[in-house]
Design a protein around this ligand. Structure first.
Ligand code: COA
Length: 420
């Protein structure tokens, strides 16, 4: 493997996001403006938007979701950043992570000093059938989609293969869902920011209020086993194993490392970036791992000169609960087949040895697909700066990692962040 270095160091000096959710009355532009304002407020010493040299926007499919193409210049202009280079980056659900990487490369190359990275998606205006069809275009239109595959079905297939190989079952998936909802309940920007036990209690209260029979669930397990409360979407994935259909936006401001202290005393340095690709799921020899994620992680770690054991916390791409388990193996936290044990034993919990998805992850925080990779960076920025409030992992966190996957792993992007 060739040794690589960034031509110039890169630091994050601002990060913000909109609330994630389903917002019938808001447009993508409203959400991006909300995220941009949140980001501006986070830059400790402030900045002049005229300093921004270029804009990268991660967006999967504003054409299918909203009938709007050519989004980057339109969004840049909307933010008052007209005339400078503005580029949309599309790599399905890894669009945001890829936009972040392209911005890093833009600064490292010497072309830009200050770059705005945005991530956007407005999905909830379409009926669920049309959302499912739009998302399916990230699969293989020739061989997979005509045979009935949807995204829940792809990941259900991976879960089934994982269960068969490692002899595990839905309990580990459930542990991921419960943990991520626990974390999301501490995130005021989350789409489904409620613990599952509280969802259960709210359903009981709603039944009581309507004068209907109150369900007698013995506890969260019982609730999650109830086909009416937690319907099967694609076996073995149930409703609470799926990320939701969300609207949202996120922004980060990147600068040349030696300029960072002009913006803040606490920049967060991007010390590793890796990206890899793969063919569609149906052609892979092994679907219990995502090879592109392994390669992207390998390259990010090599560039950063750190190991998985050094990482304090990670935001990984849990579009479905099984995806988080596989991700924690692919990035090297756990051996193949051991990610499920780690989830069951609480190793990845907020105060476990390896906290994963402290934001609530895609599962609870929400998954406006083009925004997700950027929002992962927002969470790591907050955590490493000690600004994550009640979901803080603590003051000793020094290295954070983001893992963003497009489709079933046709694209993976991994970044490593450092507080110095
Ligand atoms: N997790 C937990 N609860 C969810 C949920 C989710 N992902 N999605 C919806 N809900 C809840 C809603 O709040 C609603 O609750 P209520 O009855 O108490 O009001 C209920 O479930 C039904 O909501 P609805 O919006 O009608 O669900 P839906 O059937 O249209 O969609 C899924 C559910 C799972 C099919 C949809 O969220 C989905 O397709 N998710 C996957 C998205 C995806 O593939 N993304 C790309 C990944 S690569």
């Amino acid at each position: 493997m060739k040794e690589r270095t960034l031509g110039r160091g890169v630091a994050v000096v601002g990060a913000g996001m909109s609330r994630f959710g389903a917002f019938a009355g808001k447009t993508t532009r409203d959400l991006l403006a909300e995220a941009y304002r949140d980001m501006i407020a986070s830059v400790d010493r402030g900045f002049d938007p005229d300093e921004i040299d270029g804009v990268y926007i991660g967006n999967f499919s504003s054409e299918l979701f909203e009938g709007q193409g050519h989004t980057a210049p339109i969004m840049a202009d909307w933010l008052g950043l007209g005339h400078r280079p503005a580029t949309r980056v599309e790599n399905a659900c890894a669009s945001g992570g890829t936009a972040l990487r392209d911005a890093v490369l833009g600064i490292a190359s010497g072309i830009y000093d200050v770059v705005l990275v945005g991530g956007i998606e407005k999905m909830s205006d379409l009926a669920i059938e049309r959302v499912t069809d739009a998302l399916a275009t990230a699969g293989d239109e020739l061989f997979e989609i005509p045979s009935g595959f949807t995204f829940p079905a792809f990941y259900a297939t991976m879960a089934t293969a994982y269960f068969a190989r490692y002899g595990t079952g839905p309990d580990a998936l459930r542990a991921v869902a419960v943990k991520n909802h626990d974390n999301g309940a501490l995130n005021p920007k989350a789409h489904f920011g409620m613990r599952i036990c509280d969802v259960m209690e709210s359903k009981k209260a709603a039944a009581l209020k309507k004068g209907k029979p109150v369900p007698q669930w013995a506890g969260v397990d019982d609730f999650l086993n109830d086909e009416r409360a937690n319907p099967m979407i694609a076996w073995p994935l149930r409703l609470f194993d799926c990320s939701p259909v969300s609207d949202g936006a996120a922004c980060v401001l990147l600068v040349r490392e030696d300029l960072a202290r002009a913006y803040t005393d606490t920049p967060i340095h991007i010390i590793g970036t890796g990206q890899a690709s793969d063919g569609p799921l149906h052609g892979r020899a092994d679907i219990t791992t995502v090879t592109s994620a392994r390669l992207a992680a390998r390259d990010a770690f090599a560039l950063a000169k750190v190991t998985p054991g050094d990482i304090s916390l990670a935001e990984v791409h849990d579009c479905f609960t099984i995806a988080e388990i596989i991700a924690t193996e692919d990035i090297g936290f756990f051996e193949p087949g051991k990610g499920c044990t780690a989830a069951l034993e609480g190793v990845t919990a907020l105060h476990g040895a390896k906290p994963v998805n402290t934001s609530g992850g895609l599962k609870s925080k929400g998954h406006p697909v083009g925004a997700s990779g950027v929002a992962q960076a927002v969470e790591i920025w907050k955590q490493l700066r000690g600004e994550a409030g009640t979901r803080s992992v603590g003051p000793n966190a020094r290295l954070g990692l983001t893992h963003n996957v497009g489709g079933t792993g046709q694209t993976s992007v991994v970044h490593i962040f450092e507080r110095r």
